[in-house]
Design a binder for this molecule. Structure first.
Ligand SMILES: C[S@@+](CC[C@H](N)C(=O)[O-])C[C@H]1O[C@@H](n2cnc3c(N)ncnc32)[C@H](O)[C@@H]1O
Length: 624
């Protein structure tokens, strides 16, 4: 039995066309009682993915082009004009890559092994084209409504045997990401967050909602009730609903202004001599507008969200919740624990819930998985140290941004006075400030260290020296990741004397500590020199001094591993790097090729770059 969705029933009597050959989309739409023709699109999926900021923009554009191609072709080839054309495109994204359909078995293997053990996103872009033939002008207006749906899917760890068995079943070949969740591919999946049918290939739920908006827009019923459906019941036909949404004030209701895209679609009856226009309904513009507005709001409120995080961390809210017997507490209990007012605490906790830092069930608050991961002070990946540093040091620095920008000075000078050496005069001037700075460095190194340490194959090297290694967190990660490597951690004497504070309980004795100044003192001999978050602090001039010292200490075949936030080559992002640049003193943020050039000038060539998708990227250069 088919359960007819009331929205779907509004399409009765219309020529609905699915511009897709996918049997899965066909099945999903047939199952809900939609009557439609299938006219597979001839649009070649060759859009340049690099031109799209996000995968969903790519999927939506492809869906739109597929549907438009069919809408344009039908009047010519099929001698009929569809009322509605539906286009869809599904992509799978992982590690910043868009995966479409595999071209062969090897490609399927590459895709599936990339997905193994990880969470990925499935995006389906959908375009609904409403075609309206106007008798008076023989023109055909096409209104486009587009949207996308994202579903997160996690694959289990998959053995090669299982992958090949699956690939040899033939199932992966015509499917985005190389799997079909509705059939054998379901075995690969650990969990799905979001719309399951979206993974199959069509986000039915959102599609029905969009149809609901198109055919029953608020206030449109009275307007449309004068028009009767073939069955004699009031129906919200396409043309009256659209202009109400799409025409700017004062423009002709039905025709609307020609769209700037100027796409022409011949109508069925007058295909030979008339042109038509594609107009985006205002809903489409509004969706876009809404996205822009919410981005603006996010930017305006960004500082409030940061301060909520800083304050909740400083008041130990996350630790307090964790240490309660059940892991949950009411606002008054939290208030008592953190010695704060009940009202203030309640507001803080509510704000934390809205930011995804806490969850609330009834009156009980608990930590979210994200908070448990990063915000407990003794967690292995705790960012508390860095958060405290942001609150106590970076926040005051940014209050001086305007003056610093106007005067071309750095904020440090404004906030803390002139310093001749940032580390010795500012960060290490007082014990508690030094400890705070070191805790900040420690937390970032703990979170990013493993990815940096495993970015390259270092198995042929025996010794490494982590210059400016601070607490040793990075050095321990390198030792852990490379069993044949001994690591010397080199830093200023006032830092080395603090190493006991940060010694891990399972400290590896392949890590040793040497005190010194890397601009003045002799550097320890090593096969690999690690410079993690060092070079950005210094001018090119100072970087050259340091690199020439390393080059002198190096034997042929030695290498330098630089780990930093790499700016995009066009310096348009990532914003994390560009925002950090605003509070820097004499240093600067650089791109991977800028680091590579600096290194090359000291004989370190053959650069390999690794974008780790963690907080820090890495580049490895070897001496000739
Ligand atoms: C931004 S921190 C980076 C710490 C560490 N490499 C990491 O990634 O976590 C810079 C480090 O360089 C050290 N440093 C600064 N000037 C130095 C110098 N002249 N000689 C040796 N170490 C120095 C600081 O003490 C600090 O530990």
């Amino acid at each position: 039995m088919v359960l007819m969705n009331p929205v779907i029933s509004k399409l009765t009597g219309k020529l609905v066309v699915l511009a897709s050959a996918s049997p899965r989309r066909l099945e999903i739409l047939t199952n809900v009682g939609l009557r439609f023709e299938v006219v597979p699109s001839w649009f070649k999926e060759t859009l340049d993915k690099r031109l799209f900021k996000t995968p969903h923009e790519y999927a939506v554009e492809t869906a739109k082009q597929k549907a438009l191609e069919v809408a344009k072709r039908m009047p010519f080839k099929h001698l009929k004009t569809p009322d509605i054309v539906i286009g869809a495109d599904t992509v799978v994204t992982v590690d910043g890559l868009i995966l479409e359909k595999p071209v062969d078995k090897q490609d399927a293997y590459r895709m599936l092994s990339r997905l193994s053990g990880k969470e990925h996103s499935v995006f389906t872009g959908v375009a609904i084209i409403l075609c309206h033939e106007k008798e008076d002008t023989f023109q055909l207006n096409a209104f486009i409504i587009d949207f996308y749906e994202e579903t997160k899917v996690k694959f289990a760890d998959l053995s090669d045997d299982l992958l090949w068995e699956y690939i040899n079943s033939g199932e992966p070949m015509d499917k985005a990401g190389g799997y079909g969740i509705q059939a054998l591919g379901g075995m690969l999946v650990e969990y799905v967050h979001g719309d399951f049918l979206n993974v199959v290939g069509f986000p039915l739920n959102q599609f029905c909602k969009k149809l609901g908006l198109i055919f029953s827009p608020p206030g449109s019923l009275t307007h449309n009730s004068t028009q009767n459906s073939p069955q004699g019941s009031p129906v919200d036909t396409v043309p009256p609903a659209e202009p109400a949404a799409s025409s700017p004030p004062g423009s002709p209701t039905h025709n609307g202004p020609p769209d700037s895209q100027g796409q022409n679609i011949p109508s069925a009856s007058t295909a030979h001599n008339v042109s038509t226009h594609v107009n985006n309904v205002r809903e489409h513009e509004t969706e876009d507008g809404k996205e822009k507005l919410s981005k603006m709001i996010e930017l305006m409120d960004g500082f409030k969200a940061s301060k909520v995080l800083f304050t909740a961390s400083k008041l130990r809210v996350f630790d307090v919740l964790r240490s309660s017997k059940t892991g949950e507490l009411q606002a008054e209990d939290v208030a008592q624990e953190i010695k704060a007012s009940i009202m203030g605490t309640e507001r803080l906790l509510e704000a934390c819930v809205s930011l995804g830092l806490l969850q609330r069930t009834g009156k009980e608050y608990t930590n979210t998985a994200m908070s448990r991961h990063f915000l407990l002070s003794d967690g292995p990946l705790s960012l508390q140290g860095y958060i405290q540093h942001c609150n106590e040091l970076v926040w005051p620095l940014f209050t001086h941004l305007e003056t610093a920008v106007r005067e071309g000075t750095n904020q440090h000078e404004k906030a803390f006075g002139k310093t001749s050496n940032l580390f010795q005069d500012a960060y290490y001037s007082r014990h508690e400030v030094k400890l705070r700075f070191m805790k900040a460095m420690h937390s970032i190194a703990k979170v990013s260290g493993r990815d940096v340490a495993t970015a390259f194959d270092l198995s042929k090297y025996k010794t490494a020296c982590d210059l400016g290694g601070c607490t040793g967190a990075m050095a321990y990660e390198f030792a852990k990741a490379h069993p044949g490597l001994s690591v010397t951690m080199f830093d200023l004497p006032e830092v080395i004397e603090m190493r006991g504070h940060f010694r891990p309980h399972d400290a590896d004795d392949r890590v040793s500590f040497v005190a010194g100044d890397f601009f003045k003192d002799e550097l320890p001999k090593a096969d690999v020199y690690i410079l993690a978050r060092i070079l950005h602090d210094w001018s090119d001039e100072k970087v050259h001094i340091l690199l020439s010292k390393i080059a002198k200490a190096c034997n042929p075949g030695c290498c330098v591993l630089v780990s930093e936030i790499f700016l995009d080559e066009d310096r348009k992002g990532p914003s994390r790097g560009l925002l950090q640049a605003l509070s820097m003193t004499e240093g600067r943020q650089r791109s991977a090729s800028e680091y590579s050039l600096l290194l090359k000038s000291h004989g370190f060539t053959a650069a390999q770059v690794k974008h780790t998708h963690n907080l820090l990227d890495a580049i490895l250069c070897v001496t000739e």
